[in-house]
Design a protein around this ligand. Structure first.
Ligand code: HEM
Ligand code: HEM
Length: 164
């Protein structure tokens, strides 16, 4: 596995875990919800930056020589990006901890509360499609880093050449 793939896996697992937690503010409490989500926003930018070359290449060839799959990925990625911008913006507009801590209190707004819930739902759907389009890649990494090592524990010692 290349260094780049390893780095991508670490980031992907981290943002996935953070997103799952961010979906449950009643469980984490609002303070953790807000700071965790701000950290997630920053890490999502890293995720995006790590695929910058891919983005540039796909944009350059969008109307010409490009696999349909890449074009579909780009469109889904754009929807995903817009959904996350809306989630973070509406989240900040509801903020009761993070923004007040720097002296900005947006106060309560039913509009932004509704916008936050709605954009979160859209982000969940877009993320489901994003993950689905990379299902093969995700399955390959799960096999390599989870299933194969665990299966290795149960392999007969003789099969390793009698060393261990
Ligand atoms: C919790 C959120 C997310 C998770 C778990 C996630 C996961 C993944 C995975 C597993 C891959 C393929 C493997 C890799 O090379 O890393 C990938 C690729 C990619 N992701 Fe995400 N992603 C998330 C959010 C986003 C967001 C918000 C964007 C914003 C546009 C984005 C843009 C991309 C791009 C551009 C690629 C590479 C191109 C592609 O094949 O689609 N991702 N992501
Ligand atoms: C990926 C990022 C985020 C996700 C998935 C997310 C998700 C959610 C969900 C599902 C709720 C409950 C909505 C409801 O009760 O109808 C919520 C509430 C809330 N979110 Fe977020 N959110 C994110 C980011 C943010 C950010 C960045 C902030 C502010 C800095 C924020 C501030 C809030 C606040 C103040 C509430 C109301 C909490 C309450 O009334 O108990 N969120 N969020």
């Amino acid at each position: 596995v290349s260094e780049n793939t390893r780095r991508n896996i670490v980031i992907d697992v981290a943002i996935f875990a953070a997103f799952i937690l961010a979906m449950a503010p009643r469980v984490t409490g609002v303070a953790v919800h807000e700071w965790l989500s701000v950290a997630l926003a920053a890490t999502l930018l890293v995720h995006l930056a790590l695929h910058w070359d891919w983005l540039r290449e796909v944009l350059r060839r969008f109307f010409s020589r490009l696999a349909h799959e890449s074009r579909l990925n780009l469109i889904v990625d754009l929807a995903l990006f817009l959904a996350f911008v809306a989630v973070m913006a509406s989240g900040l507009a509801n903020s009761r901890v993070a923004l007040p801590s720097v002296g900005l209190d947006p106060g309560f707004s039913l509009f932004w509360k509704r916008a936050h819930t709605l954009s979160t739902d859209l982000a969940i759907v877009a993320l489901g499609v994003h993950a689905g389009l990379h299902a093969k890649w995700i399955w390959r990494q799960c096999r390599k880093f989870l299933l194969d090592p665990v299966a290795g524990l149960f392999r007969p010692k003789a099969a390793t050449g009698g060393q261990g």
